[in-house]
Design a protein around this ligand. Structure first.
Ligand code: URA
Length: 432
């Protein structure tokens, strides 16, 4: 077999078989297939697409390129969730402890934030002492003893995806539906859960800009997961404005804790309950989604979900007193209000621009090696549908820099203020 023939076959729009895909991924992982050939291959996939079967083969090849976690030592059903990446998306910090508080095992490996999107690990590290690096042994023991662990992905999990993603990033081939689906699913399947709930973001702040493409991505990931014996749900959600109010690491952790105390932003709470309820349903704890949602609400009201977060923080070496006293989180030196430039209704908030402004403040990284500042970020004061008057505060910047003029401009431009009121819908579709 030769890589050039496989590339040509894909370039000509033909379907590849399993051994051809295995040959490519195996060779690429071991270094016998060069970056330039793999770049040509990903570009051919970008233009010609892949069938569902090819995407499943690609997922399995990347999944088998490294370690596959064996969670069979954990008793009961294990669940996991994944978001395709958004701005202000701190759902894991609520969903994981909430679902775990119902006795469902939540064994999650997360990533770091890159570019305009934040990462769960960076958010958790706003809590002093929180250790994201657990050995596989400790990870499994912790899930068995307290029902939850939230750690970093090991370098040995789907290494082919890691290498391929880095190549896609610099060859304009990230936004290909089969490549995104196989990238996400290879990592999710390698981390061993039985039921997976995917949050597929749609809109300005997401990879998928419209519902049609997001539906294709969701259907494909659900299909791949089911083909591998998993219980799958994908929920399409709006990313035409950031989720909740807070964007930035400590600010988001505080918002997640407030939500577990029953005081979360309406949209954020709605999404957390929806995603949690599907995991509860797929874990077989109840029969209907309504029943599952009612159970989740109860766990917030009785503070069991909050207690579960405190247990997680403590087990991973963090200072759990932060969970009960959010005034302890580090604060940025300056707060700067950004004001509305005219009267009207907020029609749209460019989430990508807000994410980029947060990154510029130091809340995110342009490259994986960049350091981040946990205390900085942005708190939105007005969301889509809000009525504003010229001069009203629309958002507040939390910064450690003296000059924030660029970020102020970015935030002003991110807000579209118009004459007509629009209703924003958060949950667009459920794919099972
Ligand atoms: N997230 C991933 O893990 N992979 C992609 O290709 C896109 C988003």
């Amino acid at each position: 077999m030769r890589a050039v023939d496989i590339i040509m076959k894909k370039r000509n729009g033909e379907e590849l078989n399993e051994s051809e895909i295995n040959f490519l991924i195996d060779g690429f992982t071991k270094g016998s297939i060069e970056n330039y050939q793999m770049s040509a291959f990903t570009m051919a996939v970008y233009f010609k697409g892949m069938t569902d079967l090819e995407s499943t083969y690609l997922t399995k090849a990347m999944l088998n390129s490294g370690d596959v976690l064996d969670l069979s030592r954990i008793d009961g059903i294990k669940v996991d969730k994944h978001s395709t990446g958004g701005v202000g998306d701190k759902t894991s910090l609520v969903i994981a402890p909430l679902v775990a508080s119902l006795g469902i095992k939540f064994a999650k490996m997360s990533g770091r934030g890159l570019g305009h999107t934040g990462g769960t690990l960076d958010k958790l590290e706003s809590i002093p002492g929180y250790n994201i690096n657990l050995s596989e042994e400790k990870f499994i023991d912790q899930v068995n003893s307290i029902g939850i662990a939230l750690v970093g992905q090991t370098a040995l999990l789907a290494p082919a995806d890691k290498k391929l993603y880095a190549l896609r990033d610099v060859t304009a081939t990230v936004d290909s539906i089969p490549l995104i689906a196989s990238s996400i699913m290879s990592k999710k399947l390698a981390s061993g859960a039985d039921a997976i709930c995917l949050d597929v973001k749609v809109g300005s702040g997401a990879f998928m800009k419209n519902v049609e493409d997001a539906t294709r991505l969701a259907n494909l990931m659900v299909e791949i997961g089911k083909n591998c014996g998993k219980k799958m749900t994908a929920i399409l959600t709006n990313m035409d404005e950031p989720l909740g109010f807070a964007v930035g690491n400590s600010l988001e952790v505080v918002e997640a804790i407030n939500t577990l105390n029953g005081n979360g932003p309406k949209d954020f709470m709605e999404l957390c309950l929806e995603l949690s309820a599907y995991l509860v349903l797929d874990a077989g704890v109840c029969e209907t989604i309504e029943e599952a949602k009612a159970l989740c609400i109860k766990q917030i009201e009785n503070k069991e979900a909050l207690a579960s977060l405190a247990k997680l923080v403590e087990a991973q070496g963090g200072d759990a007193s932060f969970v009960y006293d959010v005034s302890k989180f580090a604060k940025a030196k300056y707060t700067i209000d950004v004001k509305a430039l005219k009267d009207g209704y907020v029609g749209f908030i460019n989430a990508l621009e807000i994410g980029n402004a947060a990154m510029l403040l130091g809340a995110g990284r342009a490259r994986l090696t960049d350091n981040i500042d946990h205390s900085v970020g942005i708190v939105l004061n007005k969301k889509v549908g809000s009525l504003v008057k010229k001069g009203d505060v629309i958002a507040t910047i939390h910064s450690n820099k003296e000059d924030n003029s660029k970020e102020i401009d970015m935030l002003s431009n991110a807000y579209c203020i118009q004459n007509d009121k629009v209703e924003s819908k958060l949950i667009l579709k459920v794919v099972k």
